[in-house]
Design a protein around this ligand. Structure first.
Ligand code: GDP
Ligand code: MG
Length: 596
């Protein structure tokens, strides 16, 4: 295909501003997907994506569109909208010349609108600002067109207005894409360089790798090479999605398509890597490649210990499709055999857990999420701690914790509440800007550990739902941290240990001991519950003794009833975990670990 008739674009938006709906409408209007095959969010293929209405895996589709008698070939690259997947977004953007910046006309600019816009600008993309959902009675197109124009420069009347729902304005938008976006440029005769912007595992075909060709070309049966690892593969199939995979004779400059090599593991086909040919390899990769870095760690344990092998196989399978997922076996005195798993963020954790439970019929316990601490011992040795049980006792010279640069957008009446929240989470104010007279952007540097649990929920409730948040990793800092242990009858229960800031250790101890007192049933003897930092007890509770004799209720008499009761009690015991002499019901672990 002649690059002059190609336009590569993506749609960027804050979550729920209507990106998937607009993409669907474009596919339908251009006849790429027939009306009868149309189901909502055609491009969101995973069940969980559809149910939660989020886009996790980006996809690319070829769309034909005619302007002034010329047939153009548009490639639409769908990007994930959530902050956990920023790296995937940035790679998808790098595959495009332009981006549609989509803003809900009833909501205005939000945190991820900005974050995505900045990523697009870093990639030198041409931006087409668009207001969506103008069919809504609550839409305020004039107000938000002005906001958008102020943000990116230009005139408010140049901001397009569309409705992905009704299709209004979508054809004009397609025309605009052809007119405004530059065609791709590249060296057609040079060595091949194609950037991987997505790779997904398909049960039948193995790994399907999505690429954008920058220079040269790729053809079927050719031997290709991944530039980061030098691994070579044979190109079994090459093609374009329109939107079903359609084999082609090759991909040239500016084209977007997929490759199949028979590889079974997405980690051999990494997002951001450069593909070249083995016979005429490029010398320089396209750059920008980085390994996905897990930020949040949690222990995953099967509720039923005999499910351990099922969980292990399930994780192995999931990893074929998720290069960002890492895990290693772990054991807990309280929870048994399980895995320590690293995630990009909390949403990634939730989605992974949901997929494991749903697709493999598992019931899982996940322990409280942790960030990775870098602990320097007095002998200069550095260890990376992702689990409180690995936290060294004594002999610590320094602990560093990961930091994030957070951007919060909200109406200005909430500024006070937001600053109070960030301050209570050890945040340092970085700056504040007014996007319009009643909306501000507030920037804070915060410890990652302070935002991974409940920060977003609290922000939402303090701003009556109007606040939005985006964050990215921003180095680390020295922190005054301690490990708080929880002891039952003097026995430490590893699953309840936590690494907290020294100022918050007491609050954690009181909260956890109080919670356990409610959750653990009375035993035949008194059970002290203590929270401790090292040997120092910082909080205590106790569960009074009770003599619980189930047979007492039977007044002699009916022997079969007695037997039934005894059996029932035995069954109940199976779901108990013994901590020393104390019986702790499985539910107590779950309740203590899940509710924040
Ligand atoms: P995404 O998260 O950006 O992909 O957003 P979705 O496409 O999933 O849309 C989020 C919600 O907004 C869904 O309930 C859509 O039905 C709704 N929506 C999307 N576009 C429009 C529109 O143009 N008008 C109206 N009224 N609703 C829309
Ligand atoms: Mg979507």
């Amino acid at each position: 295909t002649d690059p002059a008739i190609i336009r590569n674009f993506c749609i960027i938006a804050h979550i729920d501003h209507g990106k998937s709906t607009l993409a669907d409408r474009m596919l339908q209007l251009t006849g790429v997907v027939q009306q009868r095959d149309m189901k909502a969010q055609y491009l969101d293929r995973m069940d969980i994506e559809r149910e939660r209405g989020i886009t996790i895996k980006s996809q690319a589709v070829r769309i034909p569109w005619e302007v002034d008698g010329t047939a153009y070939c548009l490639n639409m690259i769908d990007t994930p909208g959530h902050v956990d997947f920023t790296y995937e977004v940035s790679r998808s953007l790098a595959a495009c010349e332009g981006a549609i910046l989509l803003v809900d006309a009833a909501q205005g600019i939000e945190a991820q609108t900005l974050a995505n816009l900045y990523l697009a600008m870093e990639n030198n993309l041409t931006i087409i600002p668009v207001l969506n959902k103008i069919d809504l009675p609550a839409a305020q197109p004039e107000k938000y067109a002005l906001e958008l124009a102020n943000l990116i420069g230009g005139k408010p009347e140049d901001v397009l207005q569309v409705s992905g729902k009704t299709g209004m304005g979508v054809e004009a938008l397609l025309d605009q894409i052809v007119r405004e976006l530059p065609p791709p440029v590249g060296d057609a005769n040079g060595p091949a360089r194609a950037m991987i912007f997505d790779s997904v595992y398909d049960t039948y075909r193995g790994v399907v790798t999505y690429v954008r060709v920058i220079d040269g070309s790729l053809s079927p049966r050719e031997k290709i090479q991944m530039m980061s690892t030098r691994a070579t593969h044979e190109l079994l199939e090459i093609g374009v999605s329109s939107p079903e995979p359609t084999p082609s004779k090759g991909l040239g400059v500016g084209e977007v398509g997929y490759l199949i090599t028979g590889v079974k593991d997405v980690r051999q086909s990494k997002v951001g890597d450069t593909v070249t040919t083995f016979n005429k390899p490029a010398t320089e990769s396209l750059g920008g490649y980085q390994d996905a870095k897990p930020m949040v760690f949690s222990g995953l344990y099967p509720m039923d210990g005999t499910d351990y092998p099922v969980l292990r196989d399930a994780l192995e399978k999931l990893m074929l499709n998720d290069a960002a997922l890492i895990y290693e076996p772990e054991t807990s005195a309280a929870l048994g055999f399980g895995f320590r798993v690293g995630f990009l963020g909390l949403l990634h954790l939730e989605i992974t857990r949901e997929r494991l439970e749903r697709e493999h019929n598992l019931d899982l316990i996940s322990t409280a999420p942790n960030v990775e601490y870098q602990v320097t011992l007095e002998d200069k040795k550095v260890i990376h701690v992702t689990n409180p049980s690995e936290y060294p006792s004594g002999k610590i010279a320094e602990v560093r914790e990961p930091m994030v640069a957070a951007t919060i957008l909200a109406p200005n009446e909430f500024v006070g509440a937001i600053m109070e929240l960030c301050q209570s989470r050890r945040g340092i104010l970085g700056g504040m800007d007014y996007l319009s007279e009643d909306r501000v952007e507030i920037r804070y540097r915060l410890p990652l550990a302070e935002i991974v649990f409940d920060f977003f929920d609290i922000l939402k409730s303090k701003t009556r739902g109007y606040g939005s948040l985006d964050w990215k990793a921003d180095g680390d800092q020295v922190a005054d941290l301690v490990k708080v242990d929880i002891l039952l009858q003097g026995e430490q229960v590893d699953a309840f240990s936590a690494i907290t800031h020294r100022d918050k250790a007491y609050a954690y101890g009181v909260m956890m001991t109080g919670k356990l007192r409610e959750l653990i049933p009375r035993q035949q003897f008194e059970v002290p519950i203590q929270a401790a930092i090292g040997a120092r007890i910082i909080a205590r509770e106790s569960i009074r003794a009770i003599r619980k004799d189930v047979l007492a209720k039977c007044y002699g008499g009916d022997i079969s009833r007695k037997r039934k009761l005894l059996e029932k009690q035995k069954e109940g015991k199976k779901r108990m975990k013994m901590v020393g002499r104390v019986e702790v019901p499985q539910e107590a672990f779950i309740a203590a670990l899940t509710t924040g």
